[in-house]
Design a protein around this ligand. Sequence first.
Ligand code: ADP
Ligand SMILES: O=C(O)[C@@H](O)C(=O)COP(=O)(O)O
Length: 421
Amino acid sequence: MGILLGAIADDFTGATDLANTLVKEGMKVVQTIGVPKDDAYTEGVDAVVVALKTRTAPVNEAVELSLAALRWLQAHGAQQVVFKYCSTFDSTKQGNIGPVADALRAAMGAGCSIVCPAFPENERTIYQGHLFVGGVPLHESSMKDHPLTPMRDSSLIRLMSQQSRAEVGLVPHKTVAKGADAVSHAIKALETAGNGYAVVDALSDDDLRIIGDAARDHKLVTGGSGVATGLPENFRKKGLLGSTTETDTPRVKGRELVLAGSCSTATRQQIALAKEKWPTRKIVVDRIAKGEDVAGDLAEWALAQHDEAPVLIYASADPEEVREIQSVYGVERAGAMVEQVMGALAVRLNASGFSRLVVAGGETSGAVVSALGVGSLRIGPEIAPGVPWSQSIGTRPLALALKSGNFGGPDFFEEAFAVIR
Ligand SMILES: Nc1ncnc2c1ncn2[C@@H]1O[C@H](COP(=O)(O)OP(=O)(O)O)[C@@H](O)[C@H]1O
Ligand SMILES: O=C(O)[C@@H](O)C(=O)COP(=O)(O)O
């Protein structure tokens, strides 16, 4: 029998976030890095999450890769597909969420599809179609300063309508509160009225389970990891899924390394705490631009540190410093320079015994994991809401915690390594 559920994630941390949710709900999950090239992942697996680095890629590339992932998932039996994007709807006005969702919906012949990035456990909620982060509207949150995808509007209907060719309607919370049948009827009414998407309010995990129940027959579901919360139960009710939720903790020996490229408030707080106790170095973007061997110098420094404490290397900076760097080198070039150094550092240090890696940032994780040549990941235990440990499959074993920039508490780095020691 093939897989039950497939997922296409637009960045690597988002993929592990979603995989973590599915594991917690009792699915056996494998995360692939990119579109799989063979069938190695489906034996005894309930769900495959295809991690793509398409969130800020050119839109045609994002659409093509997502459709290729869809074809692989459908060929391996996926009965339902989740398109996973950020719980803060990270995208630019030319952003990829709308075009990718449109392409997936057309390819699947899907009807009016859910748009629900809510993740209440991490304070992402939706009310009257507006996305809130920590109780403030998205465009007033720290996401307004994101280096690549600053968010300037909290209306998911406007955001999706600007990117998609389809009409976008709303299922308000008062309908969600009435239960799954009411949500289903509301979505069908929106579809009859010509809408391609239904933004669905969600304030709690109970709301997410109602939405998941209502989506039981949907071919395509779009949103953050939260919208998948109730989906495994639909398969369980059909007798297709057991109730196991055990996970394998990575048992990988080796030195410990943190690579932080996220400039989010949460990651900068985590760096500030860790640098008080661990050997730490900051990547200087100007040095990269001058062509200096930043990765080589930092790798040499890292290898000279004593073995016990984790080594922390970061590029993360406050919004003002990021804007200054971007004004000199441009948004894309600045990001790419840092990501290239992160990937090179990961390769050099892994070759010298660093095999327990925490990577902070979605694009950063994409650069690191791709540079390391990891093909797929087995999902391990959760460290913090939305952030699990994972272990590479096939290559020299690596323990990887791919941390979404905004996720985790101040002491996340120490908490992460404590799980696998
Ligand atoms: N000091 C800096 N100046 C400019 N860009 C930076 C700096 N540090 C990191 N970046 C870039 O900012 C982006 C952060 O994105 P990402 O890794 O996805 O983090 P998040 O998870 O917070 O979205 C990456 O492209 C990274 O290379
Ligand atoms: O849904 C979320 O917020 C995360 O899963 C996610 O996508 C985070 O992306 P990054 O902020 O780029 O790590």
